[in-house]
Design a protein around this ligand. Structure first.
Ligand code: NAP
Ligand code: ZN
Ligand code: ZN
Length: 347
């Protein structure tokens, strides 16, 4: 066992502050990682503020982890000391249920072990995330990170990257498809980059006029201002796929009107409150409303390899860990360009 420095939330309504967590001794199948950078996901904020209920305090958030391997267990095959490594939202699963057999560990039917605010598969040992100096994770859930890419800007791929890559792949996004991305934050900007790299014609749908130029630089071909009702008339019936990343409650029906016949809209954002959906929004045009949760380990590796091949990383603002509380406030004001990443040297 080792003590790791960390930043933790102690209650839903107080700022995060310094803390220390116990990391287990490196077992035969474990990889110990010195964390270099950790991205800040809006899910961190939802959980720290207990918006989804069931928060376990003290909570060390962070599931966009990259760093270097500092120790490996005797049975570890894919990693050596000194290698780059990444950890996303999952640290273990049962590995035997039908979901795990299909490489969909995020849907493990026994309940996966998430990186923080969760427990290991023993259901007793709490998990602590990446706002920390080190972590110990079983090899099967550790990802290979390419040295070709900027390491700090790679961290957000471990959640924002896979969460947007997975639905684009599932709906078979290809050259010429019309994809709408709703909300230009951490997830949204990765969705734009990835959909454009897959050859799609991408439209950014945003409430922030000031982000239009950035959207185009990220690879969007068109921009629609969603505070303007004319946008919904102009773009009606256009899209094959809409990726919705909005973190707050909003009217799904309006966006369903933008789908072509048999188009699909995928919810990625998790607003704390439910939203009514009218049957008519779906039946006129045989449309699909779906959701998607991160991605399995094999697909996460595929995404990292795709990003290395296409030179795709996140646009980041690197900050010292002491600024995490301000970063949360800026994220709430839609003022993130486009992912905050914590520099763990500052811990
Ligand atoms: P983020 O960086 O804060 O971006 C969210 C964006 O949504 C904002 O930048 C803003 O974009 C838009 N938005 C925010 N409030 C809005 C409102 N009231 N009305 C309309 N648009 C609004 O958040 P993120 O890290 O990308 O995460 C987005 C959501 O996805 C969160 O709910 C998070 O928990 C969830 N998430 C889900 C998964 C999954 O597996 N499904 C994984 C990670 C995160 P504009 O300024 O462009 O309008
Ligand atoms: Zn996340
Ligand atoms: Zn399972």
């Amino acid at each position: 066992m080792t003590l790791a420095k960390a930043y933790a939330a102690f209650a839903a309504n107080t700022p995060l502050g310094p803390y220390e967590v116990e990391r287990r001794a490196v077992g035969p199948q474990d990889v110990q990682i010195e964390i270099a950078y950790c991205g800040i996901c809006h899910s961190d904020l939802h959980q720290v503020r207990d918006e989804w209920k069931g928060a376990k305090f003290p909570m060390v958030p962070g599931h966009e982890i990259v760093g270097r391997v500092t120790a490996v267990g005797a049975e570890v095959k894919r990693f050596q000391v000194g290698d780059l490594a990444g950890v996303g939202c999952l640290v273990d699963s049962c590995r035997t249920c039908p979901s795990c057999q299909r490489n969909l560990e995020q849907f493990c039917q026994k309940g996966a072990a998430f990186t923080y605010n969760s427990t290991e598969m023993d259901r007793k040992t709490l998990t602590y995330g990446g706002y920390s100096s080190s972590v110990v994770v079983t090899e099967a859930f550790v990802l290979k990170v390419s040295p070709k890419l900027d390491l700090a800007a790679t961290a957000p791929l471990l959640c924002a990257g896979i969460t947007t890559y997975s639905p684009l792949r599932h709906w078979n996004t290809k050259k010429g498809d019309k994809v709408g991305v709703v909300g230009l934050g951490g997830l949204g900007h990765m969705a734009v980059k990835l959909a454009a790299a897959m050859g799609a014609e991408v439209t950014m749908l945003s409430t922030s006029k000031a982000k239009e130029e950035d959207a185009r630089k990220l690879g969007a071909h068109h921009f629609g201002l969603t505070s303007d009702p004319v946008t919904f008339k102009k773009l009606a019936g256009q899209f094959d796929l809409i990726i919705d990343t909005i973190s707050a409650p909003h009217d799904y029906n309006k966006y369903l009107g933008l789908l072509r016949i048999e188009g699909a809209m995928v919810l990625l954002g998790v607003p704390p409150e439910p939203t009514p959906v009218a049957a008519g929004s779906l039946i006129f045009g045989r449309k699909t409303l779906s959701g998607s949760l991160i991605g399995g380990i094999e697909e996460t590796q595929e995404m990292l390899d795709f990003c290395a091949e296409h030179n795709i990383v996140s646009e980041i603002e690197l900050i010292p860990v002491q600024q995490v509380n301000e970063a949360y406030e800026r994220m709430l004001k839609n003022d993130v360009r486009y992912r905050f990443v914590l520099d763990m040297k500052t811990l």
